[in-house]
Structure formats: C-alpha cells, structure tokens
Design a protein around this ligand. Structure first.
Ligand SMILES: Cc1cc2nc3c(=O)[nH]c(=O)nc-3n(C[C@H](O)[C@H](O)[C@H](O)COP(=O)(O)OP(=O)(O)OC[C@H]3O[C@@H](n4cnc5c(N)ncnc54)[C@H](O)[C@@H]3O)c2cc1C
Length: 456
C-alpha cells in the first residue's frame, strides 16, 4: 500500500495520530521497532501502545482536575486511546486505570482492522528526507534516530535527561515574605531587573534546610539511567549539599547581590543581602508558573513537598510538578517547532508525544491526536485553527510550541497553571471555572470544525 504519511513510533502518540489520520481517509504507514529488531529498556512486549510503568491514566474527574478535563476533550475528539482505555477499565475510584494488556490489545486490534493503516515492524534510523512524517518515538527513542534528530536540531537542543526542578503555582507564593529582584539588579528593562522571586533564609533556616536535604529520602536511579552520561551536567541539589555545608550558599542558594526590602534601614535603604536565598524564575508566558532555580532533585515526592514548604514564602506552595531526573529524550520544542508541531527547518516533519516535551501517557496521546488532526488538515488543504488556549489540549499545545521558556524547557504534565488565569474567580471555585470554560470553548471549536466540513 502506498502511503500518504509515515508515522514513526507505535506508542501512545503514534497510534493515536495514525487513528486520527486513517479515519479521515489518509493512508498511514506506522513503523514500530519492537517486533522489528529494536527494543527499549522499559518496554516488555511487542504490542503497540504498551504502558511502560503504571496502569493509570490518572484522574478522570473532568470538573476539578486538568488531566480529567483532557480525558473529556479527547473523548470529544474520538480518541482511540481513550476508547481503548474505557474498554479495558478497572475499578480505581475517580482515576482511570486500565488492564494494560487488554488496553494495548484493543489499540493494536483497532489499528490492524483499519484498512488505511499499514503497521511495519522496523527500526527507523534517520529522519526522512521528504514526505509528510510524524516522529512519535517517545522518551526512549532508538539511538541512531536520536543521533539523526540531534544532527538536524543541534545536539544542545535534544535532551537525554529531564533534570527537573519543581515548578510552583505563582498564586501560592507568599509575596509578603518574598520579593522580585534579579541579582545585582541586572537587566535592560524593569522586568529584567525583577525577573526572580527571592525566598530569603537566615542562618538557622539555611542549616535546617541543608540538614533536611542530606537526610531526605531519595529515589534510586535505575541501572540504565545511572549510566547515562548527561547526568553530570545537572547535579541534584541534595548531591551538591553533600559536598559541604557551604556549597549551596556559594551556588544556587547564594544571597549576594539581592537586597531584601524587609530589612531596609538607614544604613541599607534598599535592604540587606539574606544569609541565603531560594530563587524562582518565571516558567511560562502567562507568569502563572515559576521554577525553583537549580533545584533538580531525586528526593521522593512527599519529601520534596514537606521540605520545600519549609522555605520562607513557600509554606503554602502548590506544585505544578515536582523535581526529578529520568532518562527522557525530548527536543526543545519552543525553539524548534512551529505552532503546528512542525520542525521549522524541515516542515514536512512533525513531532508528537513525549518527545515534544509533554509528559505522561494521556498528554502524549493528546499531542499525538492533535498532530494527526493537523497533518490531516494540511493534506486536505484545510486551514488549521488551533484549539483555544483555554482548553486543556490548547493550553498544553501552546506551552510546548512557544509559550514555555525555551532556556529552561523541561517536560510538563497538563495542569491549570498552563491556562489563561481567572483572577476574578474566588480560588475555591477556580478549578470548576477553568473546566467549565474549557468545555464550552472546546464544544464551540469542534462545532466550528464541523460547520467548515459541511460547507466544504
Ligand atoms: C520508564 C518510564 C516510565 C514511565 N511511566 C509513566 C507512568 O507511569 N505514567 C505516565 O503517565 N507516564 C509515564 N511515562 C512517561 C510517558 O508518558 C510514556 O513514556 C508514554 O508512553 C509516552 O508516549 P509516546 O507515544 O510519546 O512514547 P512511547 O509510548 O514510548 O512510544 C514510542 C514508540 O516508538 C518506538 N520507537 C522508538 N524509536 C524508534 C525507532 N527508531 N524506530 C521505530 N520505532 C521506534 C518505541 O518502541 C515505542 O513503541 C514513563 C516513561 C518512562 C521512560
């Protein structure tokens, strides 16, 4: 069968993209290396859409949870992954958990029965030189293909590890304790000179925090993660702490050049430098998410929440994501991709799934879904209108294709911090307000697409 588009990678994103294209009448070649001489360190079978770890698609609550909302939107867009998940559903309270074998079999059977899809078991070693293509090879992309991607994108724009520092919701930071200032007031503009949120610590607080880092329970590296050389470039904060009690105070937690306005006096009208400081830097254009600078960590999640809430100003911090270090191949999408997930330097190549810098089964499938829709519209010469940013899928897409800060870009789960904020709504009602707005705007967007189709 000749094909209209080549999808590389038969995981969650690749399968979803293939489904979306095939049901719109396009002939898809879907290349998957497992079963064709390739393997990853995490997959155990040759089945398409294998879930490599947990069997959960997380919360299915579409009224108060961003990932639950994403489920809702994907169902509205006839997602194969959601349909296969529903058919393999297990009891799990408000979460959507699945029988992993039944789920993967449902996906594979649906694609095998779809006449427009040809599944080819083969390792693809380089980026195709021409023809519509979707790269959906995931966090464990085959090494030759990864090298080929690095050659095209530049090695510094393809990451093999996500060294993630925690990201905090801005509205949960106590700005009576913290202040906005760049070190030495450096910067051209007023915004540049106030680009960091500073959380000050006195000596006692610093020493207690240092002890907490040393004693905190850590996650172990898997053997194949420990041997990935990139690790040296992103040292966890607790490893740095182990090098000596002063190391952090001369590293990411140094207080020099930062004037704490609460200590202003006649002698120091701007305020004094704190003994130590934790800095946060803006992480998205909306200014709703801020990352803790230099705080990549292998501390266990519960330990991170407990310890980081002892930092002055972060006592009530809500985390959009916690820190971690994992093997993860992903590109610097905000720099490399256009708003339609196309590689700017090779516009016939789209990226989808976790390799774009989204994180999670559902998010990866969602980006596969939307990549399939975009490719179908392009091949049908339809004008693409993106889903509104107020929807979960629109917010995620906007984040990875340009709204995230490219310099600190790290993989991201869907969360309400990516949504245009609703400051006027009381905090208690905000989640319902986000999901209500998203559902209405998603319905309107889908109706608009239907009207265009009927008119054509
Ligand atoms: C160890 C690990 C555990 C994870 N656990 C979870 C979890 O519990 N929950 C969660 O929500 N997310 C988890 N993730 C994150 C992520 O959501 C999943 O990895 C998800 O499967 C990503 O979907 P994807 O389609 O982008 O990639 P994948 O599902 O990995 O699919 C990519 C496919 O491409 C194939 N492939 C790779 N290179 C080539 C090549 N050169 N030629 C042909 N085929 C190729 C692979 O064999 C694979 O089938 C985990 C990730 C890892 C690495």
């Amino acid at each position: 069968m000749a094909h209209d588009i080549h999808i590389i990678g038969g995981g969650l994103a690749g399968c979803e993209a293939a489904w979306q294209l095939a049901r719109r009448g396009f002939r898809v070649k879907l290349s998957e290396m497992r079963g064709g001489g390739g393997a990853t360190a995490a997959h155990h079978s040759d089945t398409l859409a294998e879930l490599v770890c947990s069997n959960s698609f997380r919360s299915d609550d579409d009224e108060r949870n961003a990932v639950g909302l994403l489920h809702h939107e994907m169902r509205a867009m006839a997602s194969l992954i959601m349909e296969a998940g529903e058919a393999a559903r297990l009891p799990a309270g408000s979460a959507l958990a699945v029988d992993r074998e039944a789920f993967a079999a449902n996906v594979e059977n649906a694609l095998e029965a779809q006449p427009n899809v040809k599944i080819v078991r083969e390792v693809v070693d380089s980026l195709p030189e021409s023809g519509p293509t979707i790269i959906a090879t995931g966090p464990l992309t085959g090494s030759a293909l990864a090298e080929s991607i690095a050659q095209v994108t530049g090695t510094d724009r393809l990451h093999f590890f996500d060294a993630i520092a925690p990201i905090v919701h801005r509205d949960s930071i106590d700005m009576d304790t913290c202040w906005l200032q760049s070190r030495w007031n450096k910067g051209e503009s007023k915004d540049d000179r106030a680009a960091y949120i500073n959380c000050p610590m006195d000596k006692e607080q610093y020493l207690a925090f240092h002890a907490g880092l040393i004693e905190g329970e850590k996650t172990e590296f898997k053997e194949w993660e420990a041997s990935t050389p990139y690790f040296d470039g992103c040292m966890p904060i607790e490893v740095m702490a182990q090098r000596g009690v002063e190391t952090l105070r001369y590293g990411p937690m140094k207080g020099v050049g930062l004037d704490d306005p609460r200590t202003a006096c006649e002698e120091f009208p701007q305020g004094r430098w704190p003994y130590s400081v934790v800095q946060l830097r803006q992480d998205n254009t909306l200014g709703t998410l801020w990352n803790m600078v230099g705080f990549q960590t292998k501390l266990k999640h519960a330990e991170q929440v407990r310890l980081f809430r002892t930092i002055p100003g972060l006592e009530s911090a809500e985390f959009a994501r916690l820190g971690g270090l994992h093997r993860n191949t992903f590109i610097n999408s905000p720099l490399l991709l256009d708003r339609q997930l196309r590689l700017k330097s090779r516009p016939w190549v789209r990226f989808a799934g976790q390799i774009t810098g989204c994180e999670g089964y559902v998010e990866s499938a969602a980006v596969g879904l939307v990549a399939g829709m975009m490719a179908a519209d392009e091949m049908a010469c339809n004008v693409w209108t993106p889903p509104p940013r107020t929807t979960a899928i629109g917010a995620l897409l906007a984040h990875i294709t340009g709204d995230a800060e490219a310099a600190s870009f790290q993989p991201m789960n869907v969360n309400f911090g990516l949504f245009p904020p609703l400051h006027d709504v009381a905090k208690k009602q905000r989640k319902e307000a986000y999901t209500g707005r998203a559902k209405a705007e998603m319905a309107a967007w889908l109706a608009g697409r239907e009207r265009l189709k009927t008119a054509a």
